[in-house]
Ligand binder design. Sequence first.
Ligand SMILES: [Zn+2]
Length: 156
Amino acid sequence: MIAGRTRAAAPERPLTMTPPDIPTDAVLAQLVDAARAARAHAYAPYSRFQVGAAVLDDAGRIHAGCNVENAAYPQGTCAEAGALAAMVLAGGRRVRAVAVVGEGAEPVTPCGGCRQKLREFAAPDVTVVIADSQRERARHTMDQLLPASFGPENLK
Ligand SMILES: [Zn+2]
């Protein structure tokens, strides 16, 4: 170990993803399946609005989460927050793709707060797949969901 250094520096975050980093449609389908499975575990007794989310990390691992409501409403957490917490716990630090699954007339996209939470670990060109229990509903990039975003690069 180099004297004076107790921790390795965080890896540089590329501003865009290059081909080996871009997930295939087959991998995105696995991600959607994981989000669907997570949605089945949602704790949403108040809204009955169940959501599942899954993130693909830089090691190719999938981490899922579901929404967890609370009788003190603001204390509830979104599915995306649960998936990110699982990724961080497992040592993941980069999101290569996101899937969010919910039911509704309109595609269930991440809320504003979750868009920022995802942005902490996801580059602007990361794909976010929106699906319901039956099919894919929409596909966006992080930059489309959160344009001109503030991210970790701003604090370097
Ligand atoms: Zn949210």
